[in-house]
Design a protein around this ligand. Structure first.
Ligand code: ATR
Length: 275
């Protein structure tokens, strides 16, 4: 019998997830379809109950529901519990809904796809202290990255994430990050700075960026954010958010089907679609 999957969020019209998962279903000859469903915040409760009623086998959760969905689920994977956010839900055979978070691990996999997994003892700087930064910090720690620093406009928020990590991590201001930038090998930009129309500002000056640094962004549209563009001009290796998007999707796909999809072909198609 055909299976149904979905992504719920608001807005949802620009999501590339339906394209990606449907490509994988058709490539792998799995009889399933993935649909986008716009759900406003007030309707989240009813939307989740409907998923069960309609027999949806699994779904992704995106902005603004990643945190608020937690009390509506029956079981949480430990990583999702630690992160306080869910982006993937699996409907178990007995009908219970189990929440996972594949964003942070998806990011680290995409980073390691480009730079390998030999950089775990290098200095890592995360810019921003929102939900994405938090997930990435936990995933980096889980995978053995041992020198983490988080900088944020509101330093207290960076401090709050650091205090939840098991390892010692430093919380610094954007100004300090800018001044100490040459000390970092891996720099991960998670803020929306410079993404509004006509605003090309960076979170801070990257004058001191090392040309040997690896600079990653979590945004994939545009593929080259102003931050990556500036880093690339300084000779740094850049990693766009597209890899994170594809890897988080592949991990979700694996939870749903037990299978590992082909990442390369879908990445090429997405790049073509993004122009
Ligand atoms: P997400 O869940 O996607 O990470 P978020 O929770 O809204 O999004 O977090 C956005 C992050 O970007 C925050 O760290 C925010 O800084 P504050 O904590 O000080 O609000 C940061 N941010 C947003 N706009 C920024 C800007 N123009 N310059 C620098 N940092 C910015």
């Amino acid at each position: 019998m055909k299976k149904w999957y979905a992504v719920i969020g608001n807005p949802i019209g620009h999501s590339m997830s339906p394209f990606m998962h449907n490509s994988w279903f058709s490539q792998m000859e799995i009889d399933a379809t993935y649909i986008p469903i716009q759900v406003i915040e007030e309707d989240l409760d009813r939307a989740v109950s409907s998923m069960n009623l309609l027999g949806i086998s699994g779904f992704n959760v995106t902005i603004p529901h990643k945190e608020k969905i937690i009390p509506l689920l029956d079981i949480l994977d430990p990583m999702a519990e630690k992160m306080g956010a869910v982006n993937t839900v699996v409907r178990l055979e007995d009908g219970r809904l189990k929440g996972f978070n594949t964003d942070g691990l998806g990011f680290v996999r995409s980073l390691e796809e480009v730079v390998g997994d030999q950089l775990k003892s290098e200095e890592v700087l995360i810019i921003g202290a929102g939900g994405a930064a938090r997930g990435i910090a936990f995933a980096l720690e889980t995978l053995g990255y041992s020198h983490l620093t988080i900088c944020n406009r509101t330093v207290e928020k960076a401090g709050a994430i650091c205090s939840e990590l098991e390892q010692k991590a430093a919380a610094i201001s954007l100004q300090q990050a800018s001044e100490q930038l040459n000390q970092f090998k891996i720099i991960i930009q998670t803020t929306p700075a410079g993404l509004k129309n006509g605003d090309f500002s960076l979170p801070f000056s990257i004058e001191k960026l090392n040309s040997t640094a690896i600079v990653a962004d979590i945004v994939y549209n545009p593929l080259m954010t102003p931050f990556l563009e500036a880093a690339s001009q300084k000779g740094a290796t850049t990693v766009s958010g597209l890899g994170m998007f594809v890897h988080q999707g592949a991990l979700a796909f694996n939870y749903w089907t037990g299978q590992s999809p082909d990442l390369l072909a879908v990445k090429k198609q997405l790049i073509e679609n993004l122009g």
